[in-house]
Design a binder for this molecule. Structure first.
Ligand SMILES: [Zn+2]
Length: 125
């Protein structure tokens, strides 16, 4: 079943699982399909940054159970002062959300590999 995601900035339909909005350019990564309560292996596909692959395009595919280790939400406010008498002029809100997620690898039910690294050919590891 295909599920559509809409751009939170302009409302246009995005490619499945997010991507770059073709109307306003906002990059959206849709992580809502992660089910931390499912307790069943899920196939993950991850593009590796070219900074660690020596410029190669590389992707890891692996079966894993996702775990949300922590999530914190906080907001710090920075007061800005100025003018005669150095009055507080305005406050800049600085919300932060940090989450830490782990992927616990499971053996691939087809060939027992833990993950596959695809550069220009598939390597089973
Ligand atoms: Zn958009």
């Amino acid at each position: 079943m295909e599920r559509k995601t809409n751009c939170p900035n302009c409302g246009a339909a995005l490619p499945q699982f997010g991507g770059k909005c073709e109307f306003c350019g906002t990059r959206v990564v849709d992580l809502t399909m992660l089910d931390f309560d499912a307790q069943e292996p899920t196939m993950f596909l991850l593009n590796l940054p070219q900074s660690i692959t020596g410029g190669q395009k590389a992707m890891i595919s692996m079966w894993a159970n996702p775990e949300l280790n922590s999530i914190t939400m906080e907001q710090n406010n920075t007061d800005v002062y100025g003018g005669w008498g150095n009055y507080k002029m305005f406050t800049i809100p600085e919300p932060q959300i940090a989450f830490e997620m782990s992927l616990h690898p499971c053996a691939d039910p087809r060939d027992s590999s833990l993950y596959k690294l695809k550069i220009d050919k598939e390597i089973n590891l």
